[in-house]
Design a protein around this ligand. Structure first.
Ligand code: FE2
Ligand code: FE2
Length: 177
């Protein structure tokens, strides 16, 4: 498997989650309410899976390795755009968490914010995935030898192995606090 393999497999699960979010958005509009627990689950998925596990491998390993290569202007711009997308994802998720806690505390107007943030995610993220799968990953593969690509893949597996421990250590720490 090439290094981009696990990243592309992860994209497929993220797309499935986005499709669930889309269905919930339709429900929010028709019923004018949302289950805050659903938002918690979506936020956990986005933060731990899409951001920490997936963007973590992209930024901490793939992009890090790419900064050691002499990228074309086009590829460098593309990488910077992807990094900005990740930042937008984090900001949107943070605003979503905030809106969800206001909603939970009885602020019904926060429902509009929840819907708006979920809408932002389902709109921008598929485009982000497409840029990576169809353009950036194939272009970036050309900068690496087979050995370098396999070394990244090995580092990806090691990264994943650590995330589960990091996640549950933080769960316990939060409960202890
Ligand atoms: Fe990405
Ligand atoms: Fe990605």
């Amino acid at each position: 498997m090439q290094a981009r393999g696990p990243l592309m497999i992860e994209h497929r699960l993220i797309e499935r989650m986005l499709s669930v979010i889309k269905d919930v958005l339709t429900e929010i509009k028709s019923k004018n309410k949302v289950n805050p627990v659903f938002v918690d689950i979506a936020v956990d998925f986005i933060r731990v899976y899409a951001d920490r596990t997936h963007h973590g491998k992209e930024e901490d390993i793939l992009f890090r390795e790419l900064t050691n290569k002499s990228l074309s202007t086009k590829d460098r711009q593309a990488m910077n755009e992807l990094i900005e997308d990740h930042v937008l994802g984090r900001q949107t998720t943070k605003a979503l968490v905030d809106a969800n806690s206001r909603y939970r505390n009885g602020d019904e107007a926060a429902l509009t914010d929840i819907a708006e943030k979920l809408q932002t995610l389902v709109e921008f993220y598929p485009k982000h995935i497409e840029k990576e799968d169809k353009v950036f990953f194939p272009a970036s593969r050309a900068y690496f030898t087979d050995e370098e690509d396999q070394a990244m893949l090995a580092e990806f597996w090691e990264f994943d192995r650590k995330v589960i421990h990091e996640k549950y250590k933080s769960v316990v720490q939060d409960l202890e606090a």
